[in-house]
Each structure stands twice: as structure tokens, then as C-alpha cells.
Design a protein around this ligand. Sequence first.
Ligand code: 6R9
Length: 650
Amino acid sequence: MSDEKLSNLLQENRTFEPPADLAAQANVRAEDYERATADPEAFWAEAAQKLHWGTPFTQVLDWSDPPFAKWFADGKLNVAYNCVDRHVLTGNGDKVAFHFVGEPGDTRTITYAELKDEVCQAANALVDLGVKTGDRVAIYMPMILETVVAMLACARLGAPHTVVFGGFSSDALASRIDDCGAEIVITADGGYRRGKPSALKPAVDEALGKVSGVRNVLVVRRTGEDVDWTEGRDVWWDDVVAGASPEHTPQDFDAEHPLYVMYTSGTTGKPKGILHTSGGYLVQSAYTFWATFDHKPEDVYWCTADVGWVTGHSYAVYGPTAMGATQVLYEGTPDSPHKGRWWEIIAEHKVTIFYTAPTAIRTFMKWGREIPDEYDLSSLRILGSVGEPINPEAYVWYREVIGGGRTPVVDTWWQTETGAHMITPLPGVTAAKPGSAMVAFPGISADVVDDRGQSVADGEGGLLVITKPWPGMLRTIWGDDERFKDTYWSRFAEQGYYFAGDGAKKDDDGHIWVLGRVDDVMNVSGHRLSTTEIESALVSHPKVAEAAVVGATDDTTGQAVCAFVILREEAGDGGVDIVEDLRTHVAKEIGAIAKPRQVMIVPELPKTRSGKIMRRLLRDVAENRQVGDVTTLADSSVMDLIQQGMSGTK
Ligand code: 6R9
């Protein structure tokens, strides 16, 4: 019985057709799906023509040694040349590459010609510091232009970077530097967050006390605050980059040359260094950027993701610059100095394409629509979502309040490991359903399978897999081929499928609904319940802004549903019956089986820097355990707040 009701909740009956004018001029059409399905390799070979190849490839895919893929293997290219130089050479040097907006209000607009000069200067400075092709460079920076310049300078030299999110601790930084053997660290004195300088250099100093092998630290001056200085090791960016020559001849590298290592966060144990290489990764990030966002040369695009996260790599740096896009880059938080800051930036720069995460959208819902309503958001034509399943309520709010009811919302499913979009609607083709990532991108083969790897029927749930190799796929886990095979390829070894770690459902039309990590799926009295589905039910209650659900061990039912709920501001304390109201509401929406054992009203939820709720910590609270490792939280004091609240209610 509950299964049927779960399906009802997920099978939203609202659909939003693509706007006719957008569809008529869309970059990608329905026939592109047919072409891609008929011959995926030919499709990607054609997509690869969006790039400049110093040496054209003759072979598209080499899958002779699975799961180790080679794409475009005999082709050569320079990633930075593709992202910068070629736009200047084709007459677009004066086009704006970035409108940078600093949190304190400072701005800087940089054209592609200026970006090229800076990338060349930084590349020359890195060469002077002894960086050679293949050497690893760690980047620990705020969201400023120099971060983009540093990444592209590394790419230009064929020196793989590893960007470590600026909010991570010195321990996290040290373990990443150590794991990939970085010899140079690029950082800043600090950046601005929530109205004040937030130092970065001290964490680098601390990290370098724990690991060896780093020769130099290149320091960008951003806040002007005092920093400790190690003579001989530390170098000011201004001293070595500004004076360097803006001429640098890029060398072409093999398509399979390593481009970067991105460590996945939020998991326990040793972090996994996801390795991406040059050709295939750039093809898929550039092509999907162009297709999913229907990018046109006159668009102004803004992706709010931090560059310390994979979305920042693929959709704030590599994909958009490869396509010569004009972007906004914003340093700070959405509420600094006021809660309308993002909307003010959209109005000011006439942003046309906006890409953010459901957690941000739910925060704005909580703050109330009066705030965005004060700004002119009419420039927007496409909205994107990424990072976690988006509740239908949040989707519809996003489309209506931010998009004025005009804009398609593309709910893009992908992972650090996949490198680029994998399952998503296309704005000019797909009639989208709120909450569904819909269909595999052209040239991508995704399926939902049962435990034995058999494709499930429409209307059924199972595990999300990718059944054929794709250009942007991770090539391995840095230094650990066995872990790579084991983590992603062993579960469906017989079929040769990539196991994404997500649960998913196909609706009656065969559209894909990603339900969240399989470790977030609960088993209550033998019924499979998804945390996401119960969260959706809670968020559909008018007093609820945000909800996180975990399965806590329960003597009777195996697991029990525990919900942590943030109320909307206008709901006040929710009233005396709020807990019982919400339990009844879930029972009504989904069925009695899903009725939470406990509902806890909390002021905040614990989130990683990429906006994912750390359910592991909430599970600790729900099971009355000491709370585990909080180092990957964006704000580690959140757990204290939640626990104080708990002790008050007990
Ligand atoms: C890009 C990114 C990957 C995990 C993924 C899934 C969740 C991301 C989603 C989504 C439902 C979407 N996820 N996008 N779930 N709908 N549109 O987020 O990479 O940080 O590696 O996370 O995020 O669970 O497996 P990453």
C-alpha cells in the first residue's frame, strides 16, 4: 500500500512544456536524442568538434580494458587554449569573461583578452617556481578571479590541480596535499564571508606543519590582513604574477593527460581523489553546458557553486569558458549584507541563466518571496538545480517566484565522478515534471535496475546505473585503481555497469526520479522508504521551510523515521500542536508507515559546503549517540544549536 502512495507523491502530475519561442531556437532538439541513441560514439565525436584539437583524434573510445576508459586517445589539445586563447583569436577578446562581485561590494570585469594575459602570467610564474607538466598543485582559495586564473594556468601547463574548498579545515587540506603529492599550494590571505574577512593562510601554514613535499606557497592578497610568513617558501602572487610576461605558448597534451583531482567530501574514511582527464572531460562539460542551459553568445550566466566543488569546476570554470560564456562570479554568502543580495546581482548584471542548489532555494523560501519580489528578475530565461533531489514544492517556487512562471527549470543529476550532466531535462525539448531529472542526456545510457542488474519496469524503483562509458567519466581514484574498481564497478560487474550509489524510480512514463543515496533509504517494518519522499511530504506543509529525515534504529520496526524540521519564519513557533500536525500530515500524504516517530523542530540543519545535509550526524542525534566527525560541515556550530534545542525539549 505504501508503495502506491509513494508513487503518487513522486508522480507529480504537473508538467511544464518548453516555451515555444525557446524550443524554436533551442541548441538541442528532439532529433538529437535519436541521433545519439543510434550511435553514441559518433554523437560524442561530433560534440568534440566544439573544441580545438591541436592533433585531431582518430579513435573515439577505447574500452578494451574496462573499467579504464580512454576517450579521443590519440588526439591532443590544450585545455586553457580552448577556454581562453581561442576566443581571443576568433575576435571575442573584448567579450566579458567574468563580472566579479566581491562580498564587500568591490567589482571587477575581466574580458577574455585580459583573462588570457593573466592566465599566461600565472603560468609563467608557476614555471619560474619549478612547476613541470604532471606536477600537482593544490589550490585553497576564496571565490575570486585569481582562483579561476590559477586553475587555468595549471591546466595550461598540464599540471593537475586539486582545489580544496576554502572552508575545509587544515586537516582536510593536509590529507589532500599528501594524497596527491602536491608541491605547490596557491592560496590567499583570506576572503570575505558574512561581512568579515575569513583567513585562509593560517590553515595552509598549519597543514604544511603536518605534511612534507610542498616547496612554495603562492599567496594572493585579498583581505590585506596580516599573515605569518615563511621566508623562502611563501611568495606573494602580486610579486611574481603581475611582473611575469603575458606571453606563453601553450603545449598540446594527450587527451588522457590528467586535468585535476577532486576529493569527494562528506564520506567517512580516506577521501577519494576523483581523477578527471583533459579531452573527454572538456568535451562533456562544454557540450552539456551549451545544451542543458541552451547557452547563446549573448547570455549572462551565473552558477553559484563554489569552485571547491565539482559544479564549480565543470560549470563555473571549464564548461562555460570553453564555450566563451560571460559569467558572474560572486565571492560571498546570499545574505550578506542583506537577504536580497543574489537577486540584486541578477538584476544588476541581467543574468539570463542561473544555476543553484535546492538547499539554497529552500532557504529563500524560508525567508519569504517578498525579498526576491523586490528585484527585477525578468532577464532570467533558464533556471538550473543541482546537488540533491529538488522537492516539487521548491521546484515550483523556484519556477514561479524566481523565474516568473516563464523559465524552464533543469534539474541536473550528475556526480563528481561523472564530471558533467548525465540525467536532465533539456529546456527546449523536455516537458519537465517538478522533482524529476527526467531522462539521460543524449549520448548517455542510464537505467534503473534491481539487485541483480535487471532493468526495472516503468513504475518501479531500484538502483541508478550508467550502462555505457561516457566522455567525462572519472578515470580512476588517484593512486588507487582497486578502490576505483571496487567502489563503482564491482556491484554490477557481470553487466559492466557503473553503480552511482543512488536509488531511483522510473515513473509510468519511464522518467527517472532520483531518490537520493541508497544509504539514505530506510527500511521501516520491511517497507522501503526514501528520506527524500518523506522530506517532500513535510516540505509540502505550509509551515515547513526545510526538512531532513533519517532512519534511526528501532527495536520494533527495524528503523524508525526521525524528522528534523525548520519552520518558515511566518509560522513562528508553529503552535503547540505542530509536532502532531506534522506527523499526521506525513501519514496523510504518504501513509501511516511513513509517519515519523519523532519530529524535532530545529533552527538549522547540518550541511556540507556543497549543501548536502549530513544525515549521519542527525542519525547520531536521533539515536542518542555522541555526534561524530563534524569537520566537513560548512558551519560546525550547527550541531551544538540542534543539540541545545533537543535538551530543551526533552
Ligand atoms: C554534482 C554533484 C553527487 C550526488 C549524487 C546524488 C546527488 C546531485 C542531483 C542529485 C538528485 C539531482 N545529486 N544532483 N540527486 N537530483 N539533480 O552534486 O556532485 O557532490 O559528487 O554529489 O548528489 O545523490 O549521487 P557530488
